[in-house]
Ligand binder design. Structure first.
Ligand SMILES: [Zn+2]
Length: 421
């Protein structure tokens, strides 16, 4: 791998050392110190009031000055495609049927997860195709990547079988059970691609119930009868059912979409929309009607889908971009838009809640800026904390230059909240 590509640092593990974050701004406007120990937020106090937890013990303690940064619960990525990520530039080689050799998939899956970690996503759920030419090879490679990322990011996998009904479906079903035994914790797939979508959904729900897995299905959401059946079949299934990207819901007549949303809400189904363009074909682009779904009571989270694969060669996989689009295109308030890429996906993924309060997991993102709207507008400099430890840091420096003189113009003093990128 060239040096410009992200890779895990040597010996990356979950850390038990202590960390003090000094002078961070919170979304509610307070400026605070945050002490972290053993992966949890130990205390939150007025700026200047806390000392590093390790200073009281012999453990190695460190601190970070967060003057000018907004401290937030870290985003989570609920809809990635690790097996196809970063294949857009590979040419016609890896296609839909195969995504390359196992080492190549493992390397790309690791690199993609690190790119998303750099954006702030400390937990990722990734849809991996099984069956067809690659069998369980891609799943095995991504599970290997998951192990190499331990201590940096938590990667969970969704097994995505091609067919689950008829003669070919028997193989798909056996492979789905094998994928779950190997370590896939979520059962997924595309019912619409099976000749019998209802039978496919039934099979997915049965395997999930057998193994206590969550369900995460692909659907355009443009067939209200199918959505109603899915809602009826999945109501009450624990640990929950998610569907996405559901862009087709926005093309239904308003009343029909409202009825479909009501059924999804009653069944407790989460819709994972994809504001950045999604993972499907160009014809099916368009974000789910997020405001309509939310007002019907549907849990809505946002994922990024394709990361520089054939579905979106320029996909960034940046949760803050998804939140920006929810605010700018779907008209969500900045705090609701940010919840859709942080607390909502964490809940859909069965992860513990994160708040910047004592006792909560230290899964945090510090972004240069003084309030959420500024952070969603201009989110360049970021510090990412996973399990109480800094795992990624991005520093952006901008200089304004006068074309008539080579020296940089006089700039506002750095350190003022919100002025720098
Ligand atoms: Zn997808």
């Amino acid at each position: 791998m060239p040096d410009s590509q992200p890779r895990p640092p040597e010996g990356a593990t979950a850390d038990t050392t202590a960390l003090l974050l000094r002078g961070a701004r919170l979304a509610d406007g307070r400026t605070v110190d945050v002490s972290i120990s053993d992966g949890l937020i130990e205390a939150v106090g007025t700026a200047g009031s806390l000392t590093a937890p390790g200073a009281r013990a012999s453990a190695s303690a460190s601190h970070i000055e967060l003057d000018g940064y907004l401290l937030l619960p870290a985003p989570a990525e609920p809809h990635a495609h690790s097996d196809t990520a970063l294949t857009a530039d590979a040419g016609p080689g890896p296609g839909p049927a195969t995504t390359g050799s196992a080492p190549a998939i493992q390397r790309r899956a690791t690199e993609a997860a690190l790119l998303q970690l750099g954006h702030g996503a400390t937990a990722l759920r990734s849809h991996i195709r099984i069956g067809d030419v690659q069998g369980l090879g891609a799943m095995e490679a991504v599970l290997q990547a998951r192990r190499s990322l331990r201590g940096l990011a938590d990667l969970t996998t969704v097994a995505v079988p091609r067919l689950l009904t008829g003669v070919a479906g028997a193989d798909g079903l056996a492979m789905l059970r094998d994928a779950v035994k190997m370590g896939a914790t979520v059962v997924g797939g595309c019912p619409d691609l099976d000749p019998d979508p209802t039978g496919y959904t039934q099979a997915v729900l049965e395997v999930a119930a057998e193994h206590g897995c969550a369900v995460d299905l692909h659907t355009e959401g443009d067939d209200p009868a199918r959505l109603a059946r899915l809602a009826a079949m999945s109501g009450g299934l624990r640990p929950g059912v998610a569907i996405g990207p559901c862009g087709g819901l926005s093309r239904l007549p308003h009343d029909t979409a409202v009825r479909a949303a009501g059924r999804l809400a009653a069944a407790g189904v989460t819709v994972i929309c994809q504001p950045q363009g999604g993972c499907g074909g160009v014809e099916s682009r368009g974000t789910a009607p997020v405001r309509l779904l939310r007002s019907a009571g549907v849990h809505v989270a946002a994922g990024s889908g394709a990361l520089r694969d054939l579905a979106n060669p320029v996909g960034r996989g940046d949760p803050l971009e998804a939140a920006y689009l929810l605010a700018s295109q779907s008209g969500l308030r900045p705090d609701d838009a940010y919840s859709a890429v942080s607390s909502a996906p964490r809940e859909a993924m069965g992860l513990p809640e994160v708040r910047v309060e004592a006792g909560f997991p230290a899964e945090l993102l510090a972004v240069r800026g003084d309030q959420l709207s500024a952070v969603l507008s201009l989110a360049y400099s970021r510090i990412v904390i996973h399990r109480g430890r800094v795992v990624a840091r991005t520093n952006a420096v901008r200089e304004y230059c006068d074309s008539t003189t080579p020296s940089a113009l006089e700039l506002p003093r750095q350190g003022r909240a919100g002025t720098g990128p």
